[in-house]
Design a protein around this ligand. Structure first.
Ligand SMILES: [Fe+2]
Length: 381
C-alpha cells in the first residue's frame, strides 16, 4: 500500500499548557508575534493575560482581534498590514477555526507579495511562511493540525487554500480555554469534529490506515464525551477529551479529506451565516443515508465508537443512522433547514453552490450529482 501522511511537528497538550507559550515562541525564535483572534474571545480577557505573560518574558506581541465568522479575505489583508507595521516575526492563531485559518494565511501573505486568487486550491503556495503557532479555544475544527484555510469571498462562496506549508510549527491544546464555551457552540463544534472523523474514515481517494486509527480514537473520545461536555460544561476531563478528539479528527481528515457533508454544509454557512458545525449537523443524517448504499460496512465499523450506547446492540446501518439522529436531538441542535431560516425555494441555489465544492465531492464514497444534492437538501428540509 502506498500512503502519504503529514501532520504538525509538535503538539503540546494538557490543562494549563498555555503557560508554555513563551517557551514555544523562544524555540521558534519569535520575539514579536502577531496574535490573531476574534472580538468575542478578546473581550473575555484571555488575550490580555497572554500579552502580559509574554511581555514578562521580553516577547512583544500585538493583536489583531477582528476575525469574523466565515472569515472574509479582508481579515487577512488587515492582519497582514498590522503584521508589517509591527514588524512582527511570527503568528499565533488563537480561537476557533476562523482565527486559526486567518493565522495560516497571514503567516504566508505577510512575507510574500502574492495575489491570493492564485493561491486557492490545492498545493499552490510556492514560497516560505513565517513561524506559526495555533491555539484552539473550541473543540471542533481541528484547524490547529490541518493545512487548510477556508475563506468566504464577496460572492458568498467558500474557497480553500490547501497546502502542506500551512501546517503549524506547534499546536498548543489547553482545555481550560474551552471551559466557558456556550452549550450550543460545544454541541455544534463537537458534531463538526465527529463529521471530520466519519468523513475521513469513509473518504474515497486517500483513505489510509493512519487516518483510520486516528479517526476511530477521535470518535471514541468524542462519542463518549460530547453529551457530558454539553450538559456539564465545567467537566475538565470531558473538555480535555473533546479537545484531544477534535485534534485527532483534524489529523485524520488533513490526510483523508472530508466529503459531501462538508460540501453541502458550506453553502448553508456562506449564504445564511449558520455556524459551521450546525450546518454539518443539518445535512449529516441524510448524507449518511445516501452514502450508506456504498459504505454501510464502514459506518457499522465506527458505529459504537460514535455512539457508545450501541455497544452490545445489533450492529446495523439503521441503528447507526437512528443513533446519530437521536444524538442530534439529545444535544438540542436544530434539526432541519427550515429551523435555521432557509426556505424551500433556496434549495436550488444551495445545491448549485454545493456542486461547486468538487475539492470535497470527489472524496465522497458515492458519486453525487445535482439531483442527488437537491434530494438530500429536500430530505433535510
Ligand atoms: Fe468541519
Amino acid at each position: 500500500m502506498s500512503l502519504n501522511f503529514r501532520t504538525v511537528p509538535l503538539v503540546e497538550s494538557g490543562l494549563g499548557k498555555i503557560s508554555i507559550l513563551s517557551d514555544v515562541c523562544n524555540q521558534l525564535n519569535i520575539k514579536k508575534p502577531l496574535i490573531i483572534t476574534d472580538q468575542g474571545l478578546f473581550k473575555l480577557g484571555f488575550v490580555k493575560e497572554i500579552e502580559k505573560s509574554l511581555s514578562i518574558k521580553n516577547i512583544s506581541p500585538c493583536v489583531y482581534n477582528s476575525v469574523k465568522a466565515d472569515p472574509p479575505e479582508s481579515n487577512i489583508f488587515e492582519a497582514v498590514n498590522l503584521f508589517q507595521n509591527h514588524k512582527a516575526d511570527g503568528v499565533i492563531g488563537f480561537g476557533g477555526g476562523s482565527s486559526m485559518d486567518v493565522a495560516k494565511a497571514v503567516s504566508y501573505f505577510s512575507i510574500n507579495n502574492v495575489n491570493i486568487k492564485e493561491c486557492y486550491g490545492v498545493n499552490n503556495l510556492k514560497y516560505d511562511r513565517c513561524p506559526l503557532i495555533q491555539i484552539p479555544t473550541t473543540a471542533g475544527t481541528g484547524s490547529e493540525v490541518t493545512p487548510i484555510a477556508i475563506f468566504t469571498l464577496e460572492n458568498e462562496q467558500k474557497m480553500g487554500i490547501v497546502d502542506p506549508l500551512l501546517y503549524a510549527d506547534c499546536a498548543i491544546l489547553d482545555a481550560e480555554l474551552t471551559i466557558g464555551l456556550p452549550q450550543n457552540i460545544t454541541a455544534y463544534s463537537g458534531i463538526d469534529a465527529m463529521v471530520h472523523a466519519i468523513e475521513a474514515y469513509t473518504t474515497k481517494i486517500k483513505k489510509n490506515p493512519i487516518s483510520d486509527a486516528l479517526a476511530r480514537k477521535a470518535l471514541a473520545l468524542l462519542g463518549a464525551n460530547i453529551k457530558e461536555a454539553v450538559n456539564n460544561p465545567e467537566n475538565k476531563k470531558a473538555r480535555e477529551s473533546m479537545l484531544l478528539g477534535s485534534m485527532l479528527a483534524g489529523m485524520a481528515f488533513a490526510n483523508a479529506p472530508c466529503a459531501a457533508v462538508h460540501a453541502l454544509a458550506y453553502p448553508i454557512g456562506a449564504k445564511f451565516h449558520v455556524p459551521h458545525g450546525l450546518s454539518n449537523s443539518l445535512v449529516l443524517p441524510e448524507v449518511l443515508k445516501f452514502n450508506s448504499k456504498n459504505v454501510s460496512n464502514l459506518y457499522c465499523e465506527i458505529a459504537s465508537d460514535c455512539l457508545p450506547d450501541l455497544e452490545g446492540k445489533k450492529n446495523d446501518i439503521d441503528n447507526f443512522i437512528a443513533g446519530i439522529e437521536q444524538l442530534i436531538i439529545d444535544l438540542k441542535i436544530p434539526r432541519k433547514l427550515k429551523d435555521v431560516g432557509i426556505n424551500q425555494k433556496d434549495i436550488q441555489m444551495l445545491a448549485a453552490d454545493a456542486l461547486k465544492q468538487q475539492r470535497l465531492l470527489i472524496n465522497n464514497p458515492r458519486e453525487v450529482n445535482l439531483q442527488d444534492v437537491i434530494s438530500i437538501y429536500e430530505a433535510s428540509y
